[in-house]
Design a protein around this ligand. Structure first.
Ligand SMILES: Nc1ncnc2c1ncn2[C@@H]1O[C@H](COP(=O)(O)OP(=O)(O)OP(=O)(O)O)[C@@H](O)[C@H]1O
Ligand SMILES: [Mg+2]
Length: 362
């Protein structure tokens, strides 16, 4: 396992008697791409501000390379931040913006020139070094902001919603570039977003937050495939949830009742609760028009209510017999079955056993 760069220990932050962060415990490893993901107001920016030293914790500890830095001023932390508004100096050229930090450190001119040129080459802006920020696109300005930060060789780069101002295509391109840049530099990146797709595609690990608390920490795969609770499951992607009664449990199986249906599923977990939730992702549903094609005893019957075309996939909105609406998504191409779907037809939905997630009742 990589070495911890930062350790956040029972970190709490209050503003005017309002608790904003509640006992945050988080290790940040050297060289990782870590993402804070959560709804607006959950405390993501507050964590960055505490790490950068713009705020002091109300209680708990921030440990950097083994030392408590709770009260260390920002300029002594070797941390750089790229905020959502890139805050470039408007009157300075791209070159001078990137050179700013090095000039402040009184580094010899020749060396500054070399380092700034290397940084600009990396973010593919060499041609623009004499332009002013207002002559650049949003994506280019963002790359200047990143170059300006990495040229200082920070221990960690904090990026707060850095891509959210960009259009979809540029954002996708920047996601790939940013990730490559991080690999190349080997600098720890702490990235903040409320876009789950962005978090899944870029991160080594994701921290899912809600109301000032950490709900789950894990790799994108762990978070998506084994969400710890309903909040995580529903925040990361779509999820169909079926609250079911636990009828019987044994070492590796569980029998559940949902309405008048009984499902028997493999389970390594023990619930010890009366109810649990069966969670099935839209892409894990198999859709059939005929009962004889259903390859499982665990299935639902419903009526197709709506078809939502999404390019490579289609979402089928299906109303089950009990009135519950669920979503099943299917790959879509010229010869797929999907073409034969019509609103109003009867559909059978089943799933491959083991692909469901079982969550204890909360
Ligand atoms: N200086 C402050 N004084 C009082 N309350 C604050 C201050 N800064 C933040 N807050 C409150 O703390 C909570 C968390 O704010 P924070 O900016 O960390 O959220 P966030 O997760 O970054 O949200 P967003 O996704 O909208 O940027 C919010 O309810 C906010 O109103
Ligand atoms: Mg924020």
């Amino acid at each position: 396992m990589a070495k911890e760069l930062f350790i956040l220990k029972d970190l709490c932050k209050d503003y005017d008697n309002n608790t904003i962060l509640k006992s945050i415990n988080l290790d940040i490893y050297e060289g990782e791409f870590l993402t804070l993901l959560g709804p607006s107001g959950c405390g993501k920016t507050t964590i960055l501000r505490l790490l950068a030293g713009f705020e002091e914790p109300s209680s708990g500890e921030i440990i950097l390379n083994g030392k408590n830095i709770n009260s260390l001023p920002p300029e002594q932390r070797a941390i750089n931040t790229v905020f959502q508004s890139y805050a470039l100096f408007p009157h300075m050229s791209v070159f001078d913006n990137v050179a700013f930090g090095l000039k402040m450190k009184k580094i010899p001119k020749e060396q500054i020139k070399k380092e700034v040129e290397t940084a600009l080459l990396m973010v593919k802006l060499s041609k623009f070094m004499n332009k002013k920020p207002h002559e650049l696109s949003g994506g280019q300005q963002q790359r200047v902001a990143i170059a300006r930060a990495v040229v200082n060789k920070p221990l960690i780069l904090l990026l707060d919603e850095s891509l959210s101002a960009l259009d979809y295509k540029l954002r996708k391109a920047m996601q790939i570039e940013l990730k490559m840049l991080q690999r190349q530099l080997g600098i720890t990146f702490l990235f903040v977003t409320h876009d789950q797709e962005e978090a899944l595609s870029m991160s080594d690990r994701i921290v899912v937050m809600n109301k000032g608390k950490i709900e789950q920490i894990g790799t994108p795969k762990e978070i998506y495939e084994e969400p710890k609770n309903l909040f995580v499951a529903q925040f990361i992607g779509q999820a169909n949830c079926f609250e079911s009664k636990v009828l019987q449990e044994s070492d590796n199986s569980v029998s559940l009742a949902y309405g008048d249906k009984t499902f028997s599923l493999k389970s390594k977990k023990s619930f010890k609760t009366e109810y649990c939730t069966i969670l099935i992702r839209p892409e894990d549903f198999r859709v059939e028009k005929n009962l004889e094609d259903v390859k499982s005893n665990n299935f639902f019957i419903g009526e197709l209510e709506n078809i939502i075309y999404k390019g490579t996939t289609i979402d089928l909105l299906v109303k089950l017999e009990d009135g519950k609406e669920v979503i099943a998504s299917e790959f879509y191409n010229e010869d797929s079955d999907a073409l034969g779907y019509e609103v109003g037809i009867k559909l059978f939905l089943y799933w491959v056993e083991g692909w469901e997630v079982l969550l204890p009742h909360e």
